[in-house]
Each structure stands twice: as C-alpha cells, then as structure tokens.
Design a protein around this ligand. Structure first.
Ligand SMILES: C[S@@+](CC[C@H](N)C(=O)[O-])C[C@H]1O[C@@H](n2cnc3c(N)ncnc32)[C@H](O)[C@@H]1O
Length: 278
C-alpha cells in the first residue's frame, strides 16, 4: 500500500468526483428518512494544502484552486461549496481540502450515519482523531471488500456506498466488480458509486460491461482532461453509479460542462446510461 492521497487532494479528479458526490448526497437529503453513507476507501477526513505532500505535487492548483478562481458557480455546486467552507475557517481563503469523509459528514442530517473504512494505519488514526467524538460516524480499520460484508445492508436501508480505490494493483477493476457483485447481493437497492481512472479505455469498457451483467440500472459520468488518444496517460476519470438516483443523469449532465470549462479540460465529457431499465 504505497498510495497516499495527501499528494493528490483537491486535484482535477478529486474535484470532479466530489462535486458529483454532493449531487448524490443532495438527492438523499430530499427525503426525510435517514440514510447511511459507507465510504470504503476513506483516506483521511481532511487535507492540508500546505502540507509537504500537497506542496510537493501542487496538484490542487489545477483542481480546486482553478474551480474557485472564477465567477460564482451555479447553485448545483452549493453543497460542494458548503463542504469546503465547513473545513476552512478563513473561507474564502482555501487552506484545507475535505476528503470524501468530511464532504459526506458536512451533508449529513442529525439522524444520518457515515461508516468509514480504511486500511492504511496512519489514515485510520487520522480518521479516528477527526471523528473521535462524533456519534454519527464509525471508523473501521479493515479491507474495503471484507468490511462491506459486515456493513451491508445498513439498518436505514437507504443510502450510498462509495468505492474509491487507489488503483495501484493491476486487478483493481476485477476486485471492484467482484466486490460490487457481492455487495449487491446483500443490498440490492443501495446506491453504489465507483470512481475509476481512465488511461487505456479498453479495460474500462470491459469493467463497465461486467457491471452491466450484474443486471442493475447503471450509468457513468466521465470527464477527460486530455483527449483519450494516449493509453499510457491519465486522461480522465469516471464515476459509475449503480441504482442511480432519479434525474441524477440530468444533474450530472448540467454540471460536467461547467467543470470542464472551469478546469480547462481538453477532452470530452458526458453521462452515459449503461443499463436503463433493469
Ligand atoms: C483514492 S484514496 C481515497 C480518497 C477518498 N475516498 C476521497 O475521496 O477523499 C484511496 C484510499 O484507499 C485506501 N486503501 C487502499 N487499499 C484499501 C483496501 N483494500 N481497503 C480499504 N482502503 C484501502 C488507501 O490507503 C487510500 O487512503
């Protein structure tokens, strides 16, 4: 486990992923009944953009700094901006970037719950510190896919499982597909979000094909930073949604061009239904 998200926090891909994540959370907040978010690869709650790691790569300059550097954003970004504001005491000065745990936490209502799973011992310690006195948040030091067996279905029977692996092992797509298949057997009606990087489109399409075979409604939202013509480059990323919330396709389709424009993306973006009527 070499991957450390602190080097990448607030970068291009994080912004695209987290802005979409807040749309799903907004949807969950529309109904009064409580929901649960399970974040299987949590990282740490919040990242200091002035840390040695963040300053070494400077990746947030082309991500969150760029998104915030222009005219006011449309209202679809309100929840994302609220999550950013919640971790930055000197807002609108940006010093800290919220990871998925702090973004989800910022949008929970008093009866909602967040379960965080993380394998790296340092990140687990950071999460336990961050959420030490928070009765709505549970931290699980475990492997993502093992933890899903214990955590699903959540008692709320409503919510999101976010699967956001580092993709540092070669068979990560197969591991996600297997984990998702097992998770869906335990909780067929949950919303599942899977983030994935796009270099060579071929393994991505093979993975998406496997997900279609699981027989649940699913769509994917992709944004390319570069034209997809170099299979060795990190060209873009996608967020696969299984059991996508009602009308999330329209919300994502409205948000993606704003992100592409603000982040200076030179490749395509769009939302694609993989299986509409399961
Ligand atoms: C891409 S980062 C997560 C970023 C975070 N979800 C966010 O959006 O802010 C991936 C995380 O997964 C953790 N990880 C790697 N393998 C894991 C596994 N098998 N189970 C749980 N966590 C794992 C890494 O330590 C790393 O913190």
């Amino acid at each position: 486990m070499n991957y450390r998200h602190a080097y990448h926090a607030g970068n291009f891909a994080d912004v695209v992923k987290h802005a979409a994540l807040t749309l799903v959370l907004d949807h969950l907040c529309k109904k009064e009944t409580p929901f649960c978010v399970v974040d299987t690869h949590a990282g740490v709650g919040c990242y200091d953009l002035k840390s040695v790691e963040a300053e070494k790569t400077g990746e947030s300059t082309d991500g969150i700094a760029r998104l915030l550097g222009g005219a006011p954003l449309p209202s679809s970004f309100d929840s994302y901006l609220n999550a950013l504001r919640a971790v930055n005491p000197d807002w609108p000065q940006l010093r800290f970037y919220p990871g998925s745990p702090c973004i989800a936490r910022a949008l929970l209502r008093p009866n909602d719950r967040l379960a965080l799973v993380e394998l790296h011992p340092e990140d687990v310690r950071a999460l336990k510190r961050e959420f030490a006195r928070d009765p709505q948040v549970g931290v699980h030091a475990d492997d993502a896919y093992t933890a899903l067996k214990a955590l699903l279905p959540p008692k709320e029977r409503r919510g999101l499982v976010l699967i956001d692996p580092p993709f540092e092992v070669k068979d990560e797509f197969q591991r996600v597909a297997k984990g998702l298949s097992q998770a869906l057997r335990r909780w067929p009606t949950g919303i599942y979000g899977v983030w994935y990087p796009i270099k060579d489109p071929e393994p991505v399409e093979r993975f998406l094909g496997e997900i279609v075979n699981l027989g649940r409604p699913c769509l994917t939202s992709e944004l390319f930073r570069y034209p997809p013509d170099d299979p060795l480059r990190f060209n873009g990323s996608g967020l696969l949604l299984v059991n996508p919330p009602w009308q999330i396709d329209d919300a994502l389709a409205d948000m993606l061009p704003v992100l592409a424009n603000r982040l200076g993306a030179a490749g395509p973006c769009g939302v694609r239904w993989l299986l509409r009527n399961a």
